[in-house]
Write a protein that binds this ligand. Structure first.
Ligand code: ATP
Ligand code: MG
Length: 137
């Protein structure tokens, strides 16, 4: 059993897609074991995406991530990291297969609707970035 951090990004929240995305997560048999809706500060967004600091898209990414509320949640299940990334589809929506969250809900490479941790190490780090143990049910 594995845990991954999932974010429903501002464009998807604005378009009222929380319910649809949660339905697909549930159909994929990934269990939500913690969840909150919040608005990131600029400092929080920069810290979360620190690995991308200095890249051409960094400022645009931070500006987008603070443009509205997001949903952060922990998903648990067998092979959850890989399975949730498959459900999301690739970063570039033009490469995403129909039926993936990004093919269906991304607006652009930056505004790509969802985030999912990409490794065990990043999942642990990202979960700790948003949740304390008492918030995980
Ligand atoms: P995420 O980390 O959000 O799950 P990812 O792992 O598929 O996405 P990363 O390479 O970690 O992709 O990039 C983080 C985020 O930065 C992407 O989800 C996207 O919003 C944005 N991004 C990445 N590459 C680009 C790019 N070339 N142009 C614009 N935005 C980008
Ligand atoms: Mg990533």
């Amino acid at each position: 059993i594995e845990r991954t951090l999932s974010i429903i990004k501002p464009n998807a929240v604005k378009k009222q897609l929380i319910g649809e995305i949660e339905t697909r997560i549930s159909q994929a048999k990934l269990n939500i074991i913690a969840l909150k809706m919040l608005r990131l500060t600029k400092e929080q967004a920069e810290g979360f995406y620190a690995e991308h600091q200095g890249k051409s898209f960094f400022d645009k990414l931070v500006k987008f991530m603070i443009s509205g509320p997001i949903v952060v949640q922990i998903l648990e299940g067998d092979n959850a990291i890989k399975r949730y990334r498959e459900l999301m589809g690739p970063t570039d929506l033009s490469k995403a297969a129909a039926g993936t969250l990004r093919a269906d809900f991304a607006d652009s490479m930056t505004e790509n609707a969802v985030h999912g941790s990409d490794s065990l190490t990043s999942a642990e780090k990202e979960i700790a970035y948003f949740f304390v143990d008492s918030e995980i049910v």
